[in-house]
Design a protein around this ligand. Structure first.
Ligand SMILES: [Zn+2]
Length: 63
């Protein structure tokens, strides 16, 4: 795995085996939108830390 493979991905990618985690919405990243979570890979069992980064967009229309 290169750093590129695990950076800013739609799903957390295990840095050990490349497994894409599909249940990250269940993880506890803390009270803020952005935070970090440390846990075990569901595939290989190795521990890694995931940082959640959030971008916010707004759309407006006359109403
Ligand atoms: Zn893994």
């Amino acid at each position: 795995m290169t750093d590129q493979d695990t950076a800013l991905t739609p799903q957390p990618v295990c840095p050990h085996c490349g497994h894409k985690e599909r249940d990250a919405w269940e993880w506890n990243f803390g009270n803020l939108l952005e935070g970090s979570h440390r846990g075990d890979c569901n595939s290989c069992g190795e521990t890694f830390t995931t940082e959640r980064e959030v971008s916010v967009y707004y759309t407006t229309k006359a109403s």
